[in-house]
Ligand binder design. Structure first.
Ligand code: ATP
Ligand code: MG
Ligand code: FE
Length: 338
């Protein structure tokens, strides 16, 4: 089947055409990052306005690049939540209008299900598996026994990893979004500072990154007061080392606890070179199959929403005309029933 997928949960306006859940016929992403940069983060009103400006053109482009006509579509999928309400509504309304006009099913997709299914575009998921989700708003370990089944093993108790990256980057005077800049600097520096690792209680799969973020800010502040200079590369390297240590350790423990053989990684921070290398090492050592999407499928896109929608299409998990943007949507509420 051919699905048109739409994603407008945050600051990228995206549309894609996906065939059979795995073939990307087109994948168009318009990033608004330049418009938000001078504010140091995403401004919701500006995001909504850009989505309204862009959505029609982006959908037309996705359909044209796929070499299909609208009549060839079997369903329209859209990110239903979580995300910014004003931003979500632009995508949801566009999808509803199209599904209604073409008289085809409408599929509301959870944004994180999308991030997870980006992996399915790379290689077929083999169940059971464990997923590490590391994005701007989420840090979670998820156990999946089958398509569309999500058991959250642990999650962050405060900041998401991407959020910690962006806040630390801001303190270091780096442009938004800061994740990629810290990643680059970390590779030029060395771990000269031992920053805290937040392990939480023994056996916990939860995360906490706000203490680490504060430690970086305090270290910088104290050094400035003493007129000392800490090379920004070393601060970046030390921060990244702490993040990666905890992420990799807990992820491998989760894989062992669930006795699975496949680890998938999802979300914008999966683009991090240090994390990719460390997971590759650890999985190589432990004999675990590792899938990490290429960079353009790690950050927000609509192809991943189409891949997740395919599972719902097969189960006839359709939405009706009451579909609405839902900033607090839970993954559990979108589970495929077994
Ligand atoms: P969510 O998916 O939780 O709703 P989001 O959609 O805003 O949040 P993503 O687009 O998945 O998040 O990821 C964006 C985040 O990824 C930003 O915080 C950004 O700094 C971070 N990021 C991107 N590339 C890298 C990198 N190389 N290293 C670290 N972080 C990165
Ligand atoms: Mg984004
Ligand atoms: Fe995202």
């Amino acid at each position: 089947e051919i699905i048109l997928a739409i994603e407008t949960s945050c600051d990228e306006t995206a549309a894609a055409v996906i065939e059979g859940g795995r073939v990307i016929r087109s994948n168009v992403v318009a990033s608004q990052v330049e418009s938000h940069k001078r504010f140091g983060g995403v401004v919701p009103e500006i995001a909504s306005r850009h989505h309204v400006d862009q959505i029609t053109v982006i959908i037309e482009e996705a359909v044209e690049q796929a070499g299909i006509r609208l009549e060839d579509l079997d369903a329209v999928a859209v990110t239903e939540g979580p995300g910014l309400i004003g931003a979500l509504l632009v995508g949801v309304n566009a999808a509803k209008a199209l599904a209604f006009t073409l008289d085809i099913p409408l599929i509301g997709v959870h944004h994180i299900a999308g991030h997870l299914y980006a992996n399915h575009l790379v290689e077929p998921l083999t169940f059971p598996l464990v997923a590490l989700v590391v994005s701007g708003g989420h840090t979670e370990l998820i156990h999946m026994e089958a398509d569309g089944r999500y058991e959250v093993m642990g999650e962050t108790r405060d900041d998401a990893v991407g959020e910690a990256y962006d806040k630390v980057a801001r303190t270091l005077g780096l442009p938004y979004p800061g994740g990629p800049h810290i990643d680059r600097l970390a590779h030029e520096g060395e771990e000269t500072l031992t920053l805290p690792r937040s392990w939480l209680e023994a056996g916990s799969f939860d995360f906490s990154f706000s203490g680490l973020k504060s430690a970086v800010i305090n270290t910088l502040h104290n050094a400035r007061q003493r007129d000392e200079k800490i090379p920004v590369e070393n601060l970046a390297a030390s921060f990244q080392a702490s993040v990666i240590d905890v992420l990799v350790d807990k992820t491998i423990r989760a894989v062992k606890e669930k006795q699975v053989n496949h680890l998938i990684v999802a979300g914008g921070v999966a683009a991090n070179k240090g994390l990719r290398a460390a997971l590759k090492d650890a999985c190589g050592r432990e004999g675990i199959q590792l899938t990490i999407p290429p960079l353009h499928l790690c950050t927000d896109n609509a192809a991943m929403i189409g891949a997740a929608a395919h599972v719902q299409y097969q189960q006839s998990m359709f939405s009706d005309d009451r579909l609405n943007g839902n900033p607090g949507l839970t993954l559990q509420s979108k589970q495929v029933q077994s």
